[in-house]
Design a protein around this ligand. Structure first.
Ligand code: GLN
Length: 548
């Protein structure tokens, strides 16, 4: 069951969701990495969807995309950002995907005619996948985050997998419970441990006890509270680690290390601790936190202001990319959410944009608020406000340019107007058939694709290399039939697919605009705090320069 040479860390959540299991898992990984241990991180989502591709961002937050085209949970983005590693399909599983492969194996007679019982087959499949992910990544430790909260029906088979592994290999498995410790009392300073005790009882009922409890609270846990949890939950002294709220998520690994997390985990896994080396990470955090000069970035979207969900969750990678680049450039980004529909009320409404140092139109689907976004882009172009378009934001910049600079008044994307006389953004012929067949999954361009950059362009200046690879998630492309006309009018396609058919980056030359650039791909999926994305850095520089 356990693979020789691999150690397992599981992270589960107690009391309620949203306590930061993803950041906790990523931070544990970072700590181990800083001790010279190669790690990989997996996410388990307990829902039946096979992947996150079919989910609305208002339901689930951002859909993160890996190099291999896997559409997954935003926590995978946290792992990649903290660990600075590219993950693959094997690092992500859902209840649906686990059942799907067990059923496929059963259909292929891979169980030798035996009755296929939910237990142990499903837990064994889960363990096999973790082993595969560790093997593929060359990792000594696999950190697996189980979505949901203990006590729910949904994740019970995943907990059973942990139990099975742990009972056979007690020294190779560490279970971390990330629990919420609420505060009551008039001053909000009375920390309550009872919910955590209940969460542990819940774990006990499925045959598990945590090895470490991360106590999430708005303030640090005092010794008395720690001792209480340790005693009531049968933990060794020192195994309750305080995890107070932080202003900057990248401080979390540093805080965990200060609380002794690295030593405790390595001791439990019987691994020889190497010397800590978190210098580069600590320096990055200090640099980020010490930047004081504000830069005001407006993000224009359609979902904002509905109050239905946490907005930040839908654009988490964009936000993080801005922060990474801000740290590098030495400024403090202030992000303001702008509802695109507010810009559909005529010229007057656009004046507000003058208060911004830069504008981003991120990825999106559908027609709501589109004309507002196009007006914003036009205003940025004409008034030399730095503009960065991500996927849809690039397509709309091309449409705006075609309408106002290349004389194609009703230029549009066929996503919005299939009858437009100038479909400057359209479905490529090879994808049309899938769309007709309602095979929607197969109509997206997903994952990493290579592009060649034109020398002397803004994009080339930012990347400094002639060939790049970036991640995609979209259905439509700039229509090759219009390239000549749009280029003649002055827009430069500075990044193009190797076969020359797909336009990956559109920009205005430096002499014409301080920064006006859009990417068909999603650069935000590849920005890391230790390695900020070059285009975000170039954009933030332009924004900072406008401020000065
Ligand atoms: N709706 C556009 C397309 O499908 C853009 C998608 C996106 O921004 N991710 O091509």
């Amino acid at each position: 069951m356990a693979k020789k040479g691999i150690k397992y860390i599981f992270v589960v959540g107690g009391v309620m969701s949203g306590v930061g299991k993803g950041i906790a898992s990523a931070s544990i990984g970072k700590i181990l990495q800083s001790r010279g241990v190669e790690v990989t991180a997996l996410k388990i989502d307990p829902y039946v969807n096979v992947d996150a591709g079919t989910m609305n961002p208002t339901e689930h937050g951002e859909v993160f995309v890996l190099d291999d085209g896997t559409e997954c949970d935003q926590d995978m983005g946290n792992y990649e950002r903290f660990l600075d590693r590219d993950l693959t399909r094997t690092n992500y599983m859902t209840t649906g995907s686990v059942y799907l492969s067990v059923i496929q194996k059963e259909r292929n007679l891979e169980y030798g005619g035996k009755q296929v019982e939910v237990v142990p087959r499903i837990p064994l499949e889960i363990i096999e996948r973790i082993n595969k992910a560790a093997e593929k990544a060359g990792a000594k430790v696999a950190i697996t985050e189980v979505g949901g909260t203990v006590g729910e029906y949904e994740n019970i088979l995943f907990l059973e997998a942990i139990r099975m592994l742990k009972i056979k290999n007690p020294h190779d498995v560490v279970l971390v419970l990330v629990s919420h410790v609420p505060a009551l009392g008039a001053g909000g300073n009375e920390l309550k441990t009872k919910p955590t005790q209940h969460a542990v009882r819940s774990l006990n009922s499925v045959g598990l006890n945590p090895d470490i409890i991360l106590a999430r609270a708005h303030m640090p846990l005092d010794e008395k509270r720690k001792e209480k949890i340790e005693f009531m939950c049968s933990l060794e002294k020192g195994d309750v680690i305080s995890a107070p709220n932080v202003g900057n998520i990248y401080e979390v690994p540093v805080n965990f290390e200060n609380g002794g997390m690295g030593d405790r985990i390595l001791k439990k896994l019987k691994m020889k601790p190497k010397q800590k080396d978190m210098k580069e990470w600590r320096d990055m955090v200090t640099h980020m936190n010490s930047a004081t000069k504000p830069v005001r970035i407006g993000i224009v979207g359609k979902y904002f202001g509905t109050g239905e969900f946490v907005l930040e969750d839908s654009y988490i990678s964009v936000i993080e990319s801005i922060r990474h680049a801000g740290g590098k450039v030495g400024c403090k980004p202030e992000i303001v959410w702008l509802n695109s529909e507010q810009f559909e009320k005529g010229k007057e409404s656009l004046k507000e944009l003058n208060d911004f140092d830069g504008i981003i139109v991120p990825g999106g689907f559908g027609s709501r608020g589109i004309e507002g976004k196009i007006s914003v882009i036009e205003y940025c172009r004409e008034n030399k406000i730095p503009y960065f378009g991500l996927c849809y934001g690039m397509q709309l910049a091309v449409i705006e340019f075609a309408r106002h600079m290349a004389g194609m008044k009703d230029a549009n994307t066929t996503e919005i107007n299939p009858k437009t006389s100038h479909p400057v953004v359209d479905i490529m012929p090879e994808q049309k058939k899938n769309l007709k067949d309602k095979n929607f999954g197969a109509t997206m361009r997903l994952g990493a694709y290579v592009a060649n950059l034109k020398k002397g362009t803004v994009a080339f200046g930012a990347y400094g290399v002639p060939e790049i690879s970036e991640r995609h998630r979209h259905r439509y492309e700039v229509n090759p039939e219009y390239i000549e006309k749009i280029t003649e009018a002055g827009l430069v396609f500075s990044g193009v697919s190797p076969d020359g058919r797909l336009m990956e980056i559109a920009e205005l030359p430096k002499e014409k605009h301080p920064f006006f650039l859009g990417t068909q791909f999603h650069p935000e999926l590849k920005s890391r705090p230790l390695n900020p994305h070059p285009l975000f850095v170039a954009f933030m520089k332009a924004c900072f320069a406008r401020r000065k």
